[in-house]
Design a protein around this ligand. Structure first.
Ligand code: NAD
Ligand code: ZN
Length: 361
């Protein structure tokens, strides 16, 4: 099935890496999968835009212990229009012309124990957009009717894009954080893509935010978004002391690490109060968590990994954004700028997110 009156081209622009750590190539003649080739359950989405997440940079560098498929088209924060659906697809929840989002989890089996328990992201058959299947750094992406996220009317595509990974991830982590309104949460990485959304989702849960990151621009953004305290990790010599001081000497109830570096995790257990919880989102490839066993037990500390979210988390996170309660702070740039965006991520100069606009050439 194809969108009538719409001509799907045979080739498109795509950003491709041939080998881990290799050059990122912008190709103008990458093939588009034709509607006839789509398998049942697959759909073709013409993308308006895609956010660029630090996970895409990890994939491009190849610094994670699980290798990506190569050659690879990265990207997993895409929004676009369904222009074709594979023939013999039954009971598709989306139809031609719908505007949908593509997430890190591109598809899962929906029938295994993990899927049934709502941990679709841990399904052994899960496909990862921009990691194990081609992602959204191209004009047309193949996705799955049961997995795309409907985007509500009124929420522009570029404003929705980064909710699909950064937003969903921190929203799910906060949901699992066993916190109550009035609790203190520390967010290392608060000025980045995940972090600035974590500040906002935390605020609407009634949490009191201590933001940790670096630089005047990130400081201004975090304070504007409602953080009560700012700590610059490059300038401040004693983060544990600072956090304790703000929290009446007791320490924070929770920490949500959204930094991409291992340093973001250091000291977290020291500045948690007894009964506190460390939520781990940031994914430095080769870092290990080191914590005093004695104080982890003695202070009844919980350490919890949290990996993206399921389809329900995505709908909830998107709904909150559609109601204007959370807003992605982003700039639009063309796909051809992706290499430069990666350089900005490596240098820590990107405040919030960059969204790649497919109509900008
Ligand atoms: P980003 O580059 O936009 O933001 C990271 C921020 O961390 C930057 O602002 C940087 O200045 C800050 N930072 C670096 N070192 C720090 C330190 N020592 N203390 C405090 N802040 C520090 O990256 P992003 O797109 O937000 O992604 C962040 C991490 O989360 C990446 O490792 C990414 O792969 C990971 N991630 C995990 C999931 C998941 O499911 N758990 C999902 C998406 C992304
Ligand atoms: Zn991501």
């Amino acid at each position: 099935m194809m969108l009538t009156d719409y001509i799907i081209p045979q080739t498109q622009i795509a950003a491709i890496i041939e080998e881990a750590g290799g050059d990122l190539q912008i190709r103008k003649d990458h093939p588009v999968k034709s509607p006839e080739e789509l398998a049942p359950g697959e759909c073709l989405v013409k993308l308006d835009c895609s956010g660029a997440c630090h996970s895409d940079l990890h994939a491009a560098i190849g610094d994670w212990p699980v290798p990506p498929r190569l050659p690879l088209i990265g990207g997993h924060e895409g929004v676009g229009i369904v222009v074709a659906i594979g023939k013999n697809t039954v009971e598709s929840p989306v139809k031609l012309g719908d505007r949908v989002g593509i997430k890190w989890i591109a598809n899962s089996c929906l029938n295994c124990e993990q899927c049934r328990k709502g941990r679709e992201q841990n399904c052994v058959k899960a496909l990862c957009s921009g990691y194990t299947v081609d992602g959204t750094f191209q004009e047309y992406v193949v996705s799955y009717v049961n997995y795309v996220t409907p985007i509500p009317e009124g929420l522009p595509s570029d404003a929705a894009a980064s909710i699909l990974c950064a937003g969903v991830t921190v929203y799910r982590a906060l949901k699992s954080s066993q916190t109550s309104a009035g609790d203190w949460i520390v967010i290392p990485g608060a000025g980045g893509g995940l972090g600035h959304l974590a500040v906002q989702y935390a605020r609407i849960r009634g949490l009191r935010v201590i933001a940790i990151d670096t630089g005047a621009e990130k400081k201004n953004l975090c304070l504007k978004l409602g953080a009560e305290k700012w700590i610059d990790f490059k300038e401040n010599k004693d983060i544990v002391k600072e956090v304790r001081e703000v929290t009446d000497g007791l320490g924070a109830h929770s920490v949500l690490v959204t930094a991409s570096s291992s340093e973001g995790y250091e000291q977290a257990i020291e500045y948690l109060r007894p009964g506190g919880i460390l939520m781990c989102n940031g994914l430095p490839g080769s870092a290990t968590l080191s914590a005093s066993v004695f104080f982890t037990v003695f202070k009844s500390i919980t350490i919890c990994g949290s990996y993206v979210g399921n389809r329900q988390d995505a709908l909830e996170a998107i709904d909150i954004a559609a109601r204007g309660l959370v807003k992605v702070h982003f700039v639009n740039r063309p796909l051809a700028d992706l290499k430069d965006v990666y350089n900005g991520m490596m240098n820590g100069t990107i405040v919030g997110r960059v969204v790649l606009d497919m109509s900008k050439k």
